[in-house]
Write a protein that binds this ligand. Structure first.
Ligand SMILES: Nc1ncnc2c1ncn2[C@@H]1O[C@H](COP(=O)(O)OP(=O)(O)O)[C@@H](O)[C@H]1O
Ligand SMILES: [Mg+2]
Length: 293
């Protein structure tokens, strides 16, 4: 609580906790005659980690690109309020092959302080000593770590990530999950992680959204402690709920018996979308709910 002259009392903690860092109102995006985002509303608060799920082609990347300001020529309307200091990370690391690793991290910045910050971020992603390597001397996972270091070097208030682990093998992806969680706890950006992997969303996010028919149709807080155990009954309950919302049929499973692959964070075949046929929400209503414990 802070008391200002004149007797005004303000709960500064609540103020900080609830102020949205992203505010989207009535966002519409069209390609040709097709409406991909249809009056979408979204808020993300400071330091909140939000995962966005949706079938392939549901408009996840379209939303992320709109937030990143990467769609100037796309038809549509709506209000988008995002911090100026935002970073984007994609499935491919998009490193400049003619620049060494550290130069890729500090891209655009010069001076000793920038290079020192870049070297710190590289150490945080486990690549100390690789500053002078060329991108093609790194594995795919290492290149994605460089991209993560680059995304965080400016201490962004918002990190936008579009399927950043989609091209990585299962074990590398698990390591990247741990790394991303750790780095976000340290640097505290708000995060919007687009993924088609339900397990990844539950493992990492404070809130999971489902995009369907151009709108957010599910908005669910994930209240599991971290690190999150994939076999935890509530993890399985979240998964079941989200897969159902995504229209993915699931074979019946005995309570508490998770598929072996789920404990690796890979997720069973059914947890990966891209094939989900049905509408998540036939009545089009937003479901803001908590999976029962
Ligand atoms: N630049 C574009 N031109 C035409 N159609 C596009 C463009 N970008 C996306 N689309 C279409 O919009 C829909 C949503 O695409 P996208 O946002 O990439 O989906 P997602 O990321 O959820 O798989 C798809 O049908 C896609 O073909
Ligand atoms: Mg996409």
């Amino acid at each position: 609580m802070a008391t200002h002259p004149g007797g005004l009392t303000v709960d500064t903690v609540a103020e900080v906790d609830t102020r949205p860092v992203v505010r989207v109102r009535e966002l519409t995006r069209r390609f040709g005659g097709r409406t991909v985002l249809d009056g979408l509303d979204l808020e993300i608060r400071e330091n909140e980690f939000v995962a966005l799920l949706g079938r392939s082609g549901s408009g996840k990347s379209t939303l992320l690109r709109a937030l990143a300001g990467l769609d100037p020529d796309v038809a549509g309307e709506g209000e988008i309020d995002v911090p100026a200091n935002s970073s984007v990370i994609f499935q491919d690391a998009r490193l400049l092959p003619w620049q060494r690793v550290l130069a890729n991290v500090v891209l655009g910045s010069t001076g000793a302080a920038a290079f020192r910050r870049g070297a710190e971020r590289l150490a945080e992603v486990g690549l100390a000593g690789r500053e002078r390597a060329w991108p093609n001397q790194l594995s795919g996972g290492e290149q994605q770590r460089v991209a993560l270091a680059r995304a965080l070097v400016s201490e962004p208030r918002l990190l936008l990530a579009d399927e950043p682990f989609g091209a990585l093998d299962a074990l590398t992806r698990i390591r990247m999950h741990g790394l991303l969680r750790e780095l976000c706890q340290r640097h505290r950006p708000a995060v919007l992680l687009v993924t088609h992997d339900v397990d990844e969303a539950i493992a990492l996010a404070d809130r999971v959204l489902v995009l369907d028919e151009g709108r957010i149709t599910v908005d669910t807080a994930i209240t599991l402690p971290t690190p999150r155990e994939h076999r935890h009954p509530r993890f399985l309950a979240y998964r079941e709920r989200l897969l159902a919302a995504l229209g993915v049929d699931q074979p019946p499973t005995a309570a508490g018996v998770g598929p072996a692959s789920a404990s690796l964070g890979v997720g069973p075949a059914s947890a990966s979308l891209g094939v989900g046929p049905a509408s998540a929400s036939p009545d089009g209503r937003i479901a803001t709910e908590e999976v029962s414990r």
